[in-house]
Write a protein that binds this ligand. Sequence first.
Ligand SMILES: Cc1cc2nc3c(=O)[nH]c(=O)nc-3n(C[C@H](O)[C@H](O)[C@H](O)COP(=O)(O)O)c2cc1C
Length: 164
Amino acid sequence: MNQGKVLIIYYSLTGNTKLMAEEIAKITGGDVLQLKPKNSDVKPKGFMKFVWGGRQVKMGSMPELMPYDDNFDQYETIILGTPVWASRYVPVFHTFLSEQKIKNKKIAMFCCQAGGSDGKTFGKMKGMLEGNDFIGEIALQDPQKKGLETAYERIRSWIGDILA
Ligand SMILES: Cc1cc2nc3c(=O)[nH]c(=O)nc-3n(C[C@H](O)[C@H](O)[C@H](O)COP(=O)(O)O)c2cc1C
């Protein structure tokens, strides 16, 4: 692979996106940045996550993030991973993309979702990341429920294609 140094940036509430991010890190040898909100008021267990999480998306919330290293100079490729909430990227990415000025990178995006498509997730992410080169995107359906091995295979083949 000839992708330069890779950084994987992700958020995950119930573990799907995390597993995919870790697999990508393993294949690429890339670094990982896990975005975390300061107040984790959306909990992974139970039905209320849909209420609170969905509400945050509808209100355009930008939850404050735990401090993170935002020097991305050393990376040539950045791979962003988000769950789909209400057909969009999660509020944590709303904060991140609003406070970051990522430019002149190769950008790839992946998402985990329950319904079969990314909805507006990738389109909206691209809108926040003008001035970069988009090299690929992939939507995975609830890997932990639908089959981890299939998801890992899709991820491996996708990474092979975009970073060839
Ligand atoms: C608040 C909330 C809203 C969601 N909205 C959608 C949606 O609009 N479309 C969809 O396909 N899945 C939706 N989901 C399901 C998640 O995207 C899916 O389960 C994903 O795999 C979760 O990723 P994670 O395990 O990394 O948190 C939603 C989940 C939550 C908690």
